[in-house]
Design a protein around this ligand. Structure first.
Ligand SMILES: [Zn+2]
Length: 679
């Protein structure tokens, strides 16, 4: 019993967890869970919440406590050995959850609980948990004949392995390429911090000169700042062909076949369960009601925004031609000349703003916003907890001096850590036999790390990302629901999940907030009035082009999962081409294989669900407009948002919660206004 994953801890014992603990822990916990379930069902008698749902929740939480740190480490400290153990453990868990979802005896017991006299006396969270469980049994194939049940299990198991392989290929392809540069001349245009970072990257590889990697912040800086068009092109090509049949690593980590098999299996799965296609299956537990409703929503928004996006692009082309003599704008020129145009028009650039946003100031500002809105305090407890890297911080959230939640903050990019930014749960709020378990979250970003005694400096985009993930974090952590299945983000319809995250982004554009969110790392000055004005004036710069990009991804994802395998399906690349013809204002070069690293839909939870970002942005923009009307730090509005949305978690339907907060159904107006494309 020396396995730390089998012991109970308030927080994961990261110092003690070793790869060799993973599989024995999973195997032992699953054997125990199966045995306990059998015993429970045998002696069940008259069903009740206490006898049925409570022990199920407790076992699920125990498994989660062991598994959450493993999944987390696999994402932030990836190694060959951990990857292998993770993959095996994930398979075992997938099989177990399939078995649970198809257990007819368990299903019958939940049905009996739903029809029992006790049901009406359960609280809202408990009722919703039972209703969700009954829905999910059907979605797990509990009603299927034995042979189809078996096939369902095989498909889930294979999908688990394929989606994992997809994201491993992306990670390997990202880290498997770098550009070694020996003459500083090649780096012309790059800001000082980026050159220093490239020097450090070269030293880490024991090379002379400089090394540029495909880590997002590095790629972003090169593509927007480098005066060297050949370098931009090379990096663009390497980045946009990752894990594909094209580009410098062509075929090496190719996801082509993985994607095809994932899609075949998803359609087969949907068919087994009686759905016309995977998109229809995907929206069954979501806010959206029908597939045409989603497609119409996306197409409608695209039609409204496209003329504005065309205008954006035309202006960029005119500018590049008249000011820089560029006749033909390539994909790798667009971000670069866009920055130049922004600078010319608004006298503002991402790089100029960066020195005003040291990570520490941004975090302090973020906490201040949360404090003013929700009356919560943040206490740094890093020295009291174990983490997985020296740069990781741990904060406790307190309300009126009492601890209510905690979170780890892992801000910087490093080797072995997946790209992007995300929030994940470590502990869920629930009442246990020994008292209340407080929620704990992982907040992960991939910013440039501090260099020497120079702090990490963020772009305003990265500031927004921090607020976004923090929004997910407080949805998880400020919940007052004590039933795990609907506490925090659990049980929230996926197309409403991006409401609290996108809601928080709005604060990064408030004059009042930017005063304390910014502080020049050398002079200590907040953003000067003129820069602030320019930055706010530039808020909607190319917003319509950005909107079309998001709609292109959303429509591609949704149509792919509707059409794959059907007579009208033209193939993955051709479908993407068609969607671009319809929605995009710029066609990327033929070698572009964006879809091969589209982890959201092939490896994450956004399959036939990428539309959720725009769908939920209607909600978040409309929710935020209530703050615009009352004052952004209006106490009553903040309290109402906290109590009607954040605290309720998944215990009620998202639409109901929204209406309770806003007093009416959502309207698209605020989103259009915020994006500068109001009709
Ligand atoms: Zn998000």
């Amino acid at each position: 019993m020396n396995n730390p994953l089998l012991q109970s801890h308030i927080l994961p014992p990261f110092d003690a967890i070793q790869t060799e603990h993973v599989l024995p822990a999973v195997e032992s916990l699953l054997a125990e869970a199966r045995e306990q379930l059998d015993k429970q069902l045998e002696g069940l008698g008259q069903v009740s919440w206490e006898k049925l749902a409570a022990p199920i929740e407790a076992r699920g939480d125990k498994l989660n406590q062991a598994w959450a740190p493993v999944g987390h480490l696999n994402a932030v400290c990836n190694s060959e050995a951990l990857r292998e153990a993770y993959e095996k453990g994930r398979q075992l868990l997938t099989d177990y959850y399939t078995e649970l979802g198809q257990n007819e005896q368990l299903f019958a017991a939940y049905k009996a609980l739903g029809e029992s006299a006790e049901f009406s006396s359960l609280n809202q969270a408990q009722k919703k948990t039972v209703e969700n469980a009954l829905r999910d049994f059907h979605l797990s194939g509990v009603d299927l004949p034995a042979d189809k049940k078996k096939r369902y299990g095989e498909i889930q198991s294979r999908l688990s392995s394929l989606t994992n392989q997809f994201s491993n290929n992306v990670l390997d392809a990202t880290q498997g390429w770098y550009k070694h540069i020996e003459s500083e001349q090649q780096l012309v245009g790059l800001p000082e911090f980026a050159v220093a970072g490239a020097k450090q990257a070269a030293e880490a590889k024991k090379l002379s000169g400089w090394v540029l990697t495909l880590d997002t912040p590095v790629f972003f800086t090169v593509i927007t700042q480098s005066e060297n068009a050949a370098l931009r092109k090379e990096m663009y090509q390497a980045f946009n062909t990752r894990a594909s049949d094209q580009g410098p690593s062509e075929g090496k980590w190719d996801n082509s076949e993985v994607m095809e098999e994932i899609m075949q299996l998803r359609q087969e799965l949907a068919g087994l369960l009686g759905f016309k296609n995977y998109s229809e299956y995907s929206i069954a537990p979501k806010m959206a009601e029908t597939t045409p409703q989603v497609v119409d929503f996306l197409r409608d928004l695209a039609a409204k925004s496209k003329p504005h996006a065309e205008k954006d692009l035309q202006e960029l082309k005119d500018f590049a031609r008249s000011e820089h003599g560029i006749e033909e704008l390539n994909a790798w020129d667009i971000p670069f000349y866009s920055e130049k145009l922004k600078l010319a028009r608004y006298n503002i650039s991402q790089e100029e703003l960066r020195p005003y946003f040291p990570a520490e100031t941004v975090i302090a500002g973020l906490f201040k916003v949360a404090n003013q809105l929700f009356n919560i305090e943040f206490v740094d407890k890093t020295s009291e907890v174990q983490t997985w890297h020296e740069s990781v911080k741990y904060y406790q959230i307190q309300k009126c001096g009492e601890a209510i939640a905690g979170f780890y903050f892992d801000l910087f990019a490093r080797e072995g850590k997946r790209g992007g930014a995300w929030m994940d749960e470590c502990r869920v709020r629930r009442s246990t036999e020994t008292g209340l378990q407080l929620p704990v979250a992982y907040l992960v970003c991939n910013f440039n790390s501090p260099l020497g005694n120079k702090p990490s400096l963020l772009t305003h985009n990265e500031v927004t990302t921090t607020f976004h993930e923090f929004g997910h974090g407080i949805h998880h952590m400020l919940t007052k629901i004590d039933v795990a299945a609907v506490s925090g983000i659990n049980g929230v319809a996926w197309d409403a999940v991006e409401l609290p995250s996108q809601f928080m982004e709005n604060f990064c554009w408030e004059r009042e907030v930017l005063q304390f969110l910014s502080c020049h790392f050398e002079t200590g000055e907040p953003l000067p009035e003129e820069m602030l004005n320019n930055m706010l004036a530039a808020k909607n710069f190319q917003a319509a082009m950005f909107m079309q990009r998001q709609l292109e991804f959303s429509l591609f994802d949704f149509l792919l999962h509707m059409q794959y395998g059907q007579a009208e399906f033209p193939g993955i690349q051709k479908l993407l081409d068609r969607v671009r013809d319809e929605v995009a204002v710029f066609t990327p070069p033929e070698f572009n294989r964006f879809q091969h690293s589209f982890s959201h839909i092939f490896a994450g939870g956004y399959a036939a669900g990428y539309y959720s970002y725009k769908w939920a942005e209607v909600l978040s923009a409309d929710a935020y407009s209530a703050f615009e009307e009352a004052g952004i730090f209006d106490k009553a509005t903040g309290q109402r948002y906290l109590s009607e949305i954040l605290e309720k978690g998944g215990s009620q339907d998202a639409m109901e919660l929204f209406k309770n907060f806003r007093g009416r159904e959502p309207k698209v107006d605020a989103l259009l206004r915020h994006s500068g494309i109001a009709a």
